[in-house]
Design a protein around this ligand. Structure first.
Ligand code: CAA
Length: 286
């Protein structure tokens, strides 16, 4: 498979990350088939994509004709079997190893033998996901950052058995999506999360150690360290459950205390304070 042969991309899971990825693929004019478990969730994702494209039109960063042309490239399904003709499938479902392995095993029975299977996992092992399929050379990581349409990076992750073709094709797709891809190997947290997760956990520990408010901690890191958004705002954006899960996954692999999620944020997760998506985390959202 070479990149010119990638015409149709499947995106499985249209939550915040999957919808953002599908927005990118339709903006790059790939035929895109988005799969959600219910029609309602699929329609919500389409609405979210249409909203963000409209904002680009409002800000004169996109023409109305380009918005319409992009949206034509998106079709929705609840059936995995509808991904049979996809040249590349990007998985963005829940961060659960068993769920991802089951999905990849099922996808292998549906797509062509030369189709590439990519996971957007942020903290699980791509190699462990790839081990669920027979042709594991076709599996790579394509790790996008939240919000996917805005963050320029995509980590192209080589699992132990990934083929050069699969890695280079995913890299080239990343470029066509307008991203700045990097290549890396499948190690816990890859590049960014290996650095960012412990740093964010340090920030959250400072909340209690320095008895600083979330607002003041955010001001400290934006006004004093040049971050584009403060750590509390960022964890709210990423999702407190997602951050706790990624921290636990990295702690399990690396056994470094800084990787472990601070108790305060685990308690927030257990209380259902998940950040923006639940309406309340460190901040309250309308
Ligand atoms: N999808 C699509 N478009 C979106 C969006 C989304 N999720 N969220 C916002 N937008 C659009 C909106 O239209 C918004 O404009 P309006 O509010 O007017 O509608 C527009 O983007 C904002 O664009 P701007 O160019 O004005 O963006 P900004 O200068 O305010 O920067 C930012 C926003 C890029 C998010 C910036 O604050 C930033 O870089 N923050 C840091 C984010 C970060 O670190 N992300 C990584 C998280 S870690 C991770 O993702 C790893 C993991 O595995 C968990």
């Amino acid at each position: 498979m070479v990149v010119s042969e990638i015409r149709t991309i499947g995106v499985v899971g249209l939550g915040a990350m999957g919808a953002g990825i599908a927005q990118l693929t339709i903006e790059a004019r790939y035929e895109t088939i988005g799969r959600e478990v219910t029609e309602e969730l699929g329609h919500q994702a389409r609405g979210r994509i249409a909203h963000f494209l409209q904002r680009k039109v409002d800000k004169e960063r996109m023409s109305a004709a380009d918005r319409d042309a992009a949206l034509v490239h998106l079709s929705l399904t609840t059936e995995l079997a509808d991904l049979a003709d996809c040249d590349l499938v990007i998985e963005a479902i829940v961060e659960d190893l068993d769920a991802k392995r089951a999905l990849f095993a099922e996808l292998e029975g549906i797509v062509r033998p030369n189709a590439i299977l990519a996971t957007n996992t942020s903290a699980l092992s791509v190699t462990e996901i790839a081990a669920a399929v027979e042709l594991s050379a076709r599996v790579v990581g394509m790790h996008f950052f939240n919000p996917a349409p805005l963050m320029p990076l995509v980590e192209i992750v080589r699992a132990e058995l990934s083929s050069d073709d699969a890695v280079e094709t995913a890299y080239a797709v990343g470029e066509r999506l307008g991203k700045r891809p990097i290549r890396c190997h499948d190690t816990p947290g890859f590049v960014v999360n290996r650095v960012l997760i412990p740093v964010l956990n340090d920030c959250l520990r400072v909340l209690d150690e320095a008895r600083v408010s979330p607002e003041d901690l955010d001001t400290a890191m934006t006004a004093g360290a040049g971050w584009p958004m403060g750590p509390c705002t960022l964890v709210d954006l990423v999702g407190i459950d997602v951050h706790v899960h990624a921290s636990e996954a990295l702690y399990e692999k690396l056994r470094e205390p800084r990787m472990a999620p601070p108790p305060r944020i685990v308690a927030m997760k257990n209380a259902g304070l998940l950040g923006r998506k639940s309406g309340r985390g460190f901040y309250v959202y309308e």
